[in-house]
Write a protein that binds this ligand. Sequence first.
Ligand SMILES: [Fe+2]
Length: 130
Amino acid sequence: MAENITAEEMKTLLKSQQGELDAVLMYNALAETVKDEKDAETFRQLAKEEAHHASVFKVLSEKTLQPKRTKAILLPILYRILGKKILYPFIARGEYNAVKTYEPVAERFPEVESVRNDEQRHGDIVKSLL
Ligand SMILES: [Fe+2]
């Protein structure tokens, strides 16, 4: 792991790790919910990549966190109410926000740069499902 991680940096790493863990459950829950099989397959793949991201942050933080189910419960409900045309751009925006959020993190921890690139691709992929 990187040496001399400050309390502030640790806070950022743990928040990122938690977000990635929660995204695994969210994408798997969406995969179970969505009507289009192509969307479901895509979300299963994204879930796998988010799990990899969580492991990158875990190596840095050296902490084990438990995933939270909030988004995994909420997003399938929103899918049913709003439909994919409204929900998917919202999901893509979340991925693009992570690209911005991770910019200073990747400067400090170069391992995060590939994670950051993945989030950009995730945003593009989710948008391409529309
Ligand atoms: Fe991620």
